[in-house]
Design a protein around this ligand. Structure first.
Ligand SMILES: CC(C)(COP(=O)(O)OP(=O)(O)OC[C@H]1O[C@@H](n2cnc3c(N)ncnc32)[C@H](O)[C@@H]1OP(=O)(O)O)[C@@H](O)C(=O)NCCC(=O)NCCS
Length: 174
């Protein structure tokens, strides 16, 4: 999973030049509202090192998203292993975009390419998506992708926040 291309986006491995706009995203309280607060530059850089190491090791992970027309870095999308308190486990899809890149359909467009990769290349039978109950924008992406939510699976995390689980099985994708 090194590179995926959509109409408007290039989903690719991280580059040195991404570190600064990525740190700016991680210092934006609106972007980090449902993600546990803002990150320092050091924490932000360390996250990219972890993402790259995971891709090297497993072949999939969080990849950088760039707008093809301008070459602008706008965030990440990808797949990760998830394990929550023995309640939910599997491979999850996720996304995070710079504030200026919201409202263009980029998250959904990037996620469709990642779902296709997960089902067709990695041969996954199901892909999950997790977020807080309050993160309605992220849940809207999940719904646009045709993922479904069973309230019986909602759970509280270690900090007491309510979380939701969305699922898409390979045979149910649009
Ligand atoms: C979650 C997040 C990625 C969603 O971004 P988003 O831009 O709302 O989602 P999409 O890419 O699907 O875009 C959909 C919007 O683009 C609009 N849009 C504009 N042009 C479009 C186009 N050509 N095609 C599709 N949609 C388009 C849609 O109408 C929709 O607008 P709406 O929000 O007013 O209904 C973003 O809010 C984010 O990064 N949040 C912070 C990080 C985060 O919480 N990540 C998730 C953690 S679980």
């Amino acid at each position: 999973m090194n590179e995926l291309c959509t109409d408007r986006l290039l989903i690719r491995r991280w580059r040195e030049a991404d570190l600064s706009p990525w740190a700016a995203m991680n210092a934006d309280p609106e972007i980090r509202e449902h993600l546990g607060g803002i990150l320092t530059r050091e924490q932000s850089d360390a996250s990219v090192a972890r993402y790259e190491a995971a891709i090297e090791k497993r072949g999939y992970g969080w990849l950088a998203v760039e707008v093809r027309g301008s070459g602008e870095f706008v965030g990440f999308v990808g797949l990760d292993d998830v394990e929550e308190q023995d309640l939910v486990g599997g491979v999850e899809i996720g996304w995070r975009l710079a504030r200026s890149a919201w409202g263009h359909g980029y998250a959904t467009e990037a996620a469709r390419a990642v779902l296709a990769y997960g089902f067709d290349t990695l041969d996954l039978s199901e892909i999950l998506a997790l977020t807080t109950a309050a993160n309605l924008r992220s849940q809207a992406v999940m719904r646009r992708l045709g993922m479904s939510h069973d309230p019986a699976e909602d759970f509280d995390d270690a900090e007491g926040g309510r979380n939701v689980v969305f699922r898409l099985r390979r045979e149910d994708r649009a």
